[in-house]
Design a binder for this molecule. Structure first.
Ligand SMILES: [Zn+2]
Ligand SMILES: [Zn+2]
Length: 122
């Protein structure tokens, strides 16, 4: 009877030991895979509203794209650099977050939509 060694929860920054995957608090929501309508709910989860999003905006209060243009504009959106497309590990990865103002976030979303159309047209 081999006992599984305990490992830290896969949620970035969480040190709780579990037998694999995530601790109960950071468990990916069930039945939320690959259906885009369902990942929208992830943005109303505590882990996003109370943890990832405010933490990102605290760490990086200004829009990253505006900074590139030499402007300082307060960011209001914590954006996923790489679209997570329903990937919970990517969704909760702090290194995959950047702060953007609404204008730049809207622009990025529009670009991604155009990109998706191109890809699905193949
Ligand atoms: Zn955890
Ligand atoms: Zn901006």
């Amino acid at each position: 009877m081999a006992r599984k060694p305990l490992r830290p929860c896969r949620h970035p920054g969480c040190t709780r030991l579990v037998s694999g995957g995530y601790c109960p608090e950071h468990q990916p929501p069930k039945a939320a895979r690959c259906v885009s309508a369902q990942w929208h709910d992830w943005y109303s989860l505590k882990v996003w509203t109370d943890d990832l999003r405010p933490e990102q905006l605290r760490r990086e209060p200004f829009c990253r794209e505006c900074a590139r243009e030499g402007k300082r504009v307060y960011a209001t959106v914590a954006d996923h650099i790489k679209p997570h497309r329903g990937d919970w590990a990517l969704f909760t990865d702090r290194s995959n977050l950047q702060s953007l103002c609404k204008r730049h976030h809207d622009r990025k979303t529009a670009l991604e939509k155009a990109e998706n159309r191109r890809q699905s047209g193949r």
